[in-house]
Design a protein around this ligand. Structure first.
Ligand code: F0G
Length: 457
């Protein structure tokens, strides 16, 4: 008999978590204005609000923290981190920042101007925010198939090459770069194929535009290329990463995901001009160029984490856990973005809460229901997160409306996955009794989902 699959690590340290009563959760949620970002973490039993900065570091990462160099300038920790990034990505210039959006802020301050167009595949909300706040336009060129949650495609995060070329022709002079998000978070943690990265690169060359990777989950993307794309089964994850990055001129990185640190990020590039300009902004916003908002010890943990998480076993353990949860949801016939992505399950809320109109935010309603059911905190990646159109100020209902259940790396067990699946099943079973959703009481102009105040209808 074949041995079953199991984790490639064992647990050395644990952190207690607390269950609560439904009556307590009702009160807490009311106080939080029905926005789970306003809950206290101690009011949450299983926290799936994000996989960002919430993973468990390894013993090697903790050990490397003890030998961090806290020198202001020229710390050995910086050079160790830079060398690791050079090796994995092939990019020469490395500028640390305190997290991913800070990397976007620094770089985009230099290269995004008013009236610009930045085409890409489902820009993440902070990325979109950093483009739109500069009065530029984020143009989504994701393949249409990504919208159909029930369609099974191996690389549903891909860029539609024809859409991209159309934008390149229409707005040529106004395009500072093309951005490709790997994996494509907003479309469901869906990977982008090597073939697609290659085609984007060829098109970019034709129109003489640089390519930037938003790389938060690049290692998970490499895992999917290895297991799904022809010709890569025998390559190591590190070899695949090296090839992926040959199709880009630079990257912004939120190290809180695939480098498995609690805080950290960087810009890496081969474009000297991007680096030189970013250095100036980096010093102003983040800190000196050899720490950029990070402690020396954190740069050590980042370097070790990147090295570990570009190894197959670690990624396999992670992605098999997402697949495990997906299989439990299949048992209960709960609709989610198929196939399951790399870091999360994206429940297709309008297909669950069929009586809640889009104007009442089905995914946010489902987020609230799942929290009330079992103290599980997911996150709306849908109509609230989409913000309003900057020109018309109308809500944007064109995209998907997901409840995202993001699974932190190396943090929860499959028993927790079972609790999540059954909590969802219980809500699913009473879906026909949920007929009303949520209304906005107050919202910010940009990135409103973090701070929005809602009421139940
Ligand atoms: N790009 C992508 C694709 C992301 O998913 C995120 C963060 C960022 C950039 C920004 O990085 O948080 O370090 O500033 N995503 C988190 C999430 C917050 O929950 O998906 P950051």
């Amino acid at each position: 008999m074949d041995l079953p699959f199991a984790e490639s690590w064992k647990i050395k340290m644990i952190e207690p978590i607390r269950k609560s009563a439904r009556s307590e959760r009702e009160q807490w949620l009311k106080e939080a204005h029905y926005n789970v970002f306003h809950l206290k973490a101690e009011q949450v039993y299983i926290d799936l609000i994000t996989d960002s900065g919430t993973g468990a570091m390894s013993d090697r990462q903790w050990a490397s923290m003890m030998i961090g160099d806290e020198s202001y300038a020229g710390a050995t920790s910086f050079f160790k981190m830079k060398e690791t990034i050079n090796k994995i990505t092939g990019f020469k210039y490395v500028l640390p920042t305190h997290q991913g959006r800070a990397a976007e802020n620094v770089l985009f301050s230099c290269i995004v101007k008013e009236g610009d167009y930045v085409p890409g595949n489902s820009h993440f909300d902070t990325t979109k925010g950093h483009i739109e706040s500069r009065k530029a336009f984020a143009v989504d060129c994701t393949i249409d198939e990504a919208r159909d949650t029930q369609l099974e495609l191996p690389f549903k995060g891909n860029v539609d090459i024809q859409k991209l070329e159309k934008v390149l022709i229409e707005h040529n002079a106004k395009i500072p770069f093309i951005i490709v998000t790997i994996t494509n978070n907003t479309a469901g943690g869906q990977p982008v194929s090597m073939q697609n990265l290659r085609e984007v690169n060829q098109l970019a060359k034709k129109y003489n535009k640089p390519v930037l990777f938003d790389s938060a989950r690049f290692a998970e993307n490499a895992y999917f290329i290895k297991v799904r794309e022809k010709g890569y089964a025998d390559k190591t994850i590190k070899e695949i990463c090296r090839e992926m990055f040959t199709y880009a001129d630079g990257m912004t990185m939120s190290a809180k995901k695939d480098a498995i640190v609690n805080m950290g990020g960087f810009i890496a590039t081969n474009i000297e001009d991007w680096y030189e300009q970013s250095k100036v902004k980096g010093i102003a916003f983040e800190g000196y160029i050899t720490y950029g908002g990070m402690n020396g010890r954190d740069m050590n943990a980042l370097a070790t984490g990147l090295d570990e998480n570009t190894e197959f076993e670690n990624l396999e353990t992670r992605i098999k856990q997402i697949e495990y949860l997906a299989a439990r949801l299949d048992e209960f016939q709960i609709p989610y973005q198929r196939p399951a992505g790399g870091h999360a399950i994206f429940v297709d809320a309008p297909k669950v809460l069929t009586h809640v109109p889009k104007e009442e935010f089905p995914a946010q309603t489902l987020t609230v229901e799942v929290y009330l059911e079992a103290g599980i905190r997911g996150c709306e990646i849908g109509y609230l997160l989409a913000d309003r159109d900057p020109l018309t100020r109308e809500n944007r209902f064109e995209g998907n409306d997901f409840l995202r259940l993001a699974i932190p790396r190396r943090t929860y067990t499959n028993n927790h996955m079972d609790v999540i699946a059954v909590a969802l099943k219980n809500v699913f079973d009473r879906r026909n009794s949920i007929t009303r959703g949520m209304a906005i009481e107050w919202e910010a102009e940009l990135m409103r989902h973090f701070t929005v105040k809602l009421k139940r209808l």
